[in-house]
Write a protein of this length. Structure first.
Lengths: 139, 139, 139, 139
């Protein structure tokens, strides 16, 4: 019997460096963002809100990171998956904490999800750009 | 290091005068409204419900005021922003406390958000008219 | 930089065998229980409710398993820790999902928490006995 | 009429330095903590969880920081205030997000609350020690 399987879980060190990289990218874009990093179980590891970033985005950023690890997909890949299926499009969007627009990505080592990042505060496209800057730090 | 930044926060005095102005406008229109005033952090400062105003609108008025400060936008500007982006239109509307129809406005001094107002009870258009009457009091 | 740390996470195979062992022990005791197994992140892996086991215990069993992994302690060790500290005894008990009575145990390989088990339906003592029967299966 | 009052709000820069100082102190104590920094309105500014810090403490740390700003008192001052008043001791503890044990402090400039810090993961005494290390950074 296999009693357990091995997993990898993001460190605070990588998480905080990724969040800093996202913030630096946001500064270049001239936007104010919230950044959340969660571990592979969806639990918050690190969060930072730029001064004057929108308050409503505090929770959206965390939910994007959670959604990303919960299915292993970037959040912007959700809508193409559900838009042709009305029952999903109108139904699954009510799932608590599910975010179906861009700005959340799984953090992977090779093919294994070790955590997630969520950015909220700019447009979905800007939030994605900030995530990509952070994802570039994965060794 | 910058340890803090200066903010402005609406007083109860201005908030209550604004709410009274919104109620007076509602009386002229022959409608019954709820009016909520929040500070720049989204916390309730003042609330008044006209006799016989709809109960469901108690929470909607507060959420409109909250949404207004949370992004610094009037709530009626949300739908034009998201209607062309299906993933936002079908997704972001599920954010707790987000209201995407008219009747919520940030209260600004110059360009700084010092609070928010939310009106609910009439049509979106009537609620907006009541908000505008209140916003006219900002010095 | 350490990008990640290695973790172990319980398999469904071990989890379901443990739950079966708890149920078998409950049958011997003549009680009806709910058994929950969670992974090391607190997410449900396996659940089984014996016919006619109390409905209220469905959630209690899951919360016991969650509490066990959330601090790495059996739930019956909480009360001795807090009973001498009035502020904790009267305060921390209100933490959502925290259970401070017996029937929840971390599942450990050597010293590492790989999951948790929660049993609810009997007395705290009976629930503990059922957990112990399950814990005996850890290789 | 006074339309607004001036407030001070903690920056991400001070908040993140304070959180780092709390973590450094925790490392010296050999404990694993969660640290949350909120602004003067109780909204999350910064969060960091040390690797392997207890999951249940993620929310407790944030609630300690929230409680600290919500009344302007360190959380460990609550129990002495309510312990002699049974109706408060048994009643007010049910208030959502209120934490009545040590580990949360308002962050003040002169006498003004500009934010709050919450630490959770050690004993209440250890959590307080980590907060104090962070509070030493206030200019």
């Amino acid at each position: 019997m296999e009693a357990y399987r091995e997993k990898k879980s993001i460190t605070l060190e990588l998480g905080s460096r990724m969040a800093e990289a996202a913030v630096k990218r946001a500064e270049q874009l001239g936007i104010k963002i919230n950044v959340a990093i969660v571990d592979e179980g969806g639990h918050l590891v690190h969060f930072r809100r730029m001064d004057q970033a929108p308050i409503l985005s505090i929770e959206i950023a965390q939910n994007k990171a959670y959604t990303a690890i919960a299915f292993g997909l970037p959040t912007h890949e959700w809508y193409p998956l559900i838009s042709k299926e009305p029952a999903l499009r109108d139904g699954i969007v009510h799932t608590p904490r599910l975010v179906i627009f861009g700005g959340g990505f799984p953090i992977k080592i090779v093919d294994e999800v070790i955590g997630g990042i969520g950015v909220s505060g700019g447009t979905a496209e800007e939030d994605i750009v900030c995530c990509l800057a952070a994802l570039g730090l994965i060794p």
